[in-house]
Every structure is written in structure tokens, then in C-alpha cells.
Design a protein around this ligand. Structure first.
Ligand code: HEC
Length: 129
């Protein structure tokens, strides 16, 4: 009887945990490289200053990311994550070249993981963008 219960809980655990394992967690280290070398590089060039994750709370970032409006609504945030954009700058940007074949959804999760970790109320607030 005990063995059956143990087996049963193992089966239940495996079945319940499977969807969690299938969804790849964002890799904040990759996200940090991309954020610094693509997002921040353009921000410092175009606006004269970095726009660091620490400037917003996690809730603000979540709202920002789901609204998908970038540069005061002029374009899409997701575009700057996309493979299409990476392709277009890969000759002059090492991070874009490095991550050129990363699926858009995965890179989005990587960047999101870095942003959340480094947000104002994140685990490791990072001002160094
Ligand atoms: C090709 C240049 C460029 C790239 C790449 C870029 N941005 Fe921006 N971003 C801008 C400009 C320019 C502004 C400022 C717009 C303004 O203030 O008029 C901006 C503004 C922002 C803002 C301030 C709020 C807003 O939307 O106005 C956030 C947050 C932001 N960018 C996040 C990101 C992130 C994260 C990435 C990387 C995935 C990224 N940006 C990539 C040019 C870029």
C-alpha cells in the first residue's frame, strides 16, 4: 500500500511538473548582454543616456512590456528583440550576431528575466543597465 502511494505521488509529481520544465526560463545573463549591447547602445547614442532596468519597478516593466509601445509609442519594443532586427544590425553589433538564431520568444524571456532581476524592486537592482 505504501509503495503504491509513493509510486502514485511520483507519477502525479512528474505529470504536474512537466509543463514547467517544457517552458524554458529566461536566461538573465543572455538578456543582460543583449540589453547592454543592443538596447543601451542605441539609447546612449540616440538619447544621450541609458534607460536602465532600475528606473522602473517590476510592475511598471510588466505593463510596459505587455503594451509593446516603444519610444513614446512610435514603434514596437518587440521589433528590437526580433530576429529581423538582429539580422539587420548583426554586421555592426556583436550581441545581435551572437544571438541571431535565438527564437524571438526565447530572447524576449531572456531580456525580461534580466529586466525583472535588475528592476527597482528586483533581486539585484542594476543601474549599470
Ligand atoms: C535603434 C535604437 C533603439 C533600440 C535598439 C532600442 N531603443 Fe529603446 N528607445 C529608443 C529611443 C530613441 C527612445 C526614446 C524615445 C523618446 O524619448 O522620444 C527609447 C525609449 C525607450 C524606453 C523609454 C520609454 C519609451 O518607450 O519611450 C524604454 C523603456 C526603452 N526604450 C526600452 C528598450 C529596450 C528594453 C530595448 C532593447 C530590447 C530598446 N529600448 C531598444 C531607441 C532604441
Amino acid at each position: 500500500m505504501k509503495l503504491t502511494t509513493a509510486l502514485l505521488s511520483t507519477v502525479i509529481f512528474v505529470v504536474a511538473a512537466a509543463p514547467l520544465a517544457a517552458r524554458a526560463e529566461g536566461d538573465w545573463k543572455k538578456g543582460r548582454i543583449y540589453y547592454r549591447m543592443v538596447c543601451t547602445a542605441c539609447h546612449t547614442e540616440k538619447t544621450g543616456a541609458a534607460i536602465p532596468p532600475v528606473g522602473r519597478t517590476k510592475a511598471d516593466w510588466n505593463a510596459y512590456l505587455s503594451a509593446d509601445k516603444h519610444a513614446k509609442g512610435k514603434d514596437s519594443f518587440k521589433y528590437y528583440i526580433s530576429q529581423k532586427y538582429r539580422e539587420s544590425i548583426k554586421d555592426s553589433n556583436k550581441a545581435a550576431a551572437k544571438f541571431v538564431s535565438e527564437p524571438d520568444d526565447q530572447l524576449m524571456e531572456d531580456v525580461r528575466a534580466f529586466i525583472m532581476r535588475s528592476a527597482k524592486d528586483g533581486e539585484v537592482p542594476a543601474s549599470c543597465s
